[in-house]
Design a protein around this ligand. Structure first.
Ligand code: HEM
Length: 483
């Protein structure tokens, strides 16, 4: 009994010392933030597991300012100086934190999940040119996207005046787009094929948030659990995994595809991990579906609301697209402003992108931080907090992107695709998909939210991405001339 008491006393003393150290003596002790977050990571974990990390961090910034200590060893920043240092210093910024190991596929790393920047650069150079603006706009590449846009518009035309679930259809559009880019002509056609549609359902309707955070915080238990489940389910248990494995191994693909480039890298270097190309394709596929699908869904829903501001923007969009029919996409400046404003307000990756301060420590936006500190910015807050740059941040105002005054500050804070060498590789593909689809929809149709639409469009956070909570978005398409 006495030994137990002595052990309890020693433990209490240890905890008290840790609390005192974290509150008053740790290198991060002088940073603003709630004391409870300085003492323990548990409050942050609570909000992560509840799907409310983004709003928790944003509320902290609103209360404490642009620099906040959100956990004993973690700081969130909301300034362009910090974003520049963390994400672009030396080209690719700081290495990623172990959080990104969650995004490995087939027990193999890939461009997104690789933590260390030198290793990442080696992986990226093998296929990055397949995502350059020059490549994605090549006629033999862009026509695959245009075919998917045509399929989307055909579905809308078939059911003019009726409600259509664009959450479903836009995710099919995005899945067909990215698989076409990776594997043409072996991409999916989930907009029209019920068998392919099942892969979209598997990818877009899953609820994996708590499992993902559990895997991050308790990796050993998670690995053991997965081995047991994997053994019980058989080799795959996933339609998407089977599709990617089979396609990467056996499909014949066009010379302009991503897979063709990865196969060339495999042929050049037989020491590459055998499943690296499959892991890469799986990663690009996942990265390319919810992002473009959810981004378009939030944006089209907003444009379709019965608000004077939404209707004003739709009317201006119709006017630009009709007056400049046949113009190159880059000349459609209002369309681009609408997309950027959509990505500013409800971009599909609005959450913190965690990085590690390099060994030896660094100064971020005037704050000296020891090596190993987790630092991040989140787009949601960068796109709102500084009201000197973002006037009326909760208002959807595409015109702000057309004003010359303050353009540099806005563009420096625009973080929808992140920044630097680890920013979004698929940005040009995503912009092309969004521009082509919105151009062809809004040059011919007006959209409005269906009266029976009751599903929530609240942003429902996942690990770094967000999606509409109700996972349904009923919209009515009407021919412009008929309205
Ligand atoms: C609106 C659409 C999209 C948005 C807003 C978006 C946003 C982002 C962001 C913020 C990052 C940085 C994430 C981080 O550092 O944790 C990222 C990375 C990435 N994105 Fe996208 N993305 C979009 C579409 C796509 C598409 C279509 C692809 C198709 C391949 C893609 C592939 C990737 C990849 C591979 C990375 C990792 C890059 C690297 O680590 O070098 N994304 N994206």
């Amino acid at each position: 009994m006495e030994t137990v008491l002595a052990a309890l006393k020693a433990l209490s003393l240890l905890i008290a010392l840790i609390v005192v150290y974290r509150l008053w003596f740790a290198p991060l002790a002088r940073l603003p933030g709630p004391s409870i977050c300085a003492i323990s990571r548990l409050p942050l974990m609570f909000y992560e597991f509840s799907g409310a990390r983004r709003s928790f961090i944003h509320d902290l910034h609103t209360k404490y300012g642009p620099i906040v200590r959100v956990a004993p060893d973690e700081v969130s920043f909301a300034t362009r100086e910090a974003a520049k240092e963390i994400y672009t210093s030396g080209g690719s910024g700081y290495d990623k934190s172990s959080f990104y190991l969650l995004f490995r596929n087939f027990d193999t790393g890939n461009i997104f999940s690789t933590l260390e920047k030198k290793e990442h650069a080696g992986i990226k150079k093998e296929f990055a040119d397949r995502y350059s603006k020059l490549h994605v706009t090549r006629p033999d590449v862009a026509f695959v996207i245009q075919e998917n846009v045509d399929a989307f518009v055909a579905r809308a035309t078939e059911r003019l005046g009726e409600s259509i679930d664009i959450y479903d259809l836009l995710h099919c559009f995005a899945l067909d787009g990215i698989t076409g880019h990776l594997f043409y002509p072996s991409g999916l056609h989930s907009q029209t094929s019920p068998a392919d549609h099942k892969l979209m359902e598997e990818l877009c309707y899953k609820h994996g948030l708590r499992r993902a955070y559990f895997g991050h915080y308790f990796p050993a238990i998670w690995r053991t659990y997965n081995r047991l489940i994997g053994a019980a389910k058989g080799p795959s248990g996933s339609l998407v995994h089977d599709y990617v494995l089979k396609t990467t191994r056996t499909a014949s693909v066009g010379s302009h595809t991503v897979l063709d480039k990865l196969r060339a890298a495999d042929a050049r270097d037989p020491t590459r991990p055998p499943l690296l190309s499959a892991s890469e394709c799986m990663d690009n596929l996942v990265a390319g579906i919810d992002t473009t699908g959810d981004g378009l869904c939030f944006l089209m829903h907003h444009l379709s609301l019965p608000l004077p501001s939404s209707q004003r923007v739709q009317a201006k969009l119709h006017a630009e697209l009709r007056e400049h029919a046949g113009a190159p996409l880059d000349d459609l400046v209002y369309l681009e402003a609408v997309i950027k404003e959509g990505l500013r307000m409800f971009g599909p990756i609005p959450m913190s992108l965690p990085r590690l301060v390099p060994a030896g420590g660094r100064v971020v936006d005037g704050v000296s931080l020891p090596g190993g500190t987790i630092v991040s910015c989140q787009a949601y807050t960068l796109h709102r907090l500084d009201e000197g740059v973002w006037e009326d941040p909760e208002e959807f105002i595409p015109e702000r992107w057309l004003a010359a005054e303050g353009a540099a500050e806005r563009n420096q804070l625009f973080f929808a695709f992140a920044a630097g060498g680890r920013g979004c590789i698929g940005k040009h593909l995503a912009m092309l998909e969004m521009k082509l689809l919105l151009r062809d929809v809004y040059s011919t149709y007006r959209t409005r939210v269906a009266p029976e639409m009751t599903a929530s469009m609240e942003q429902d956070d996942q690990t770094i991405s967000t999606r509409p909570k109700g996972q349904k978005c009923l919209i009515i398409f009407e021919k412009l001339d008929d309205v």
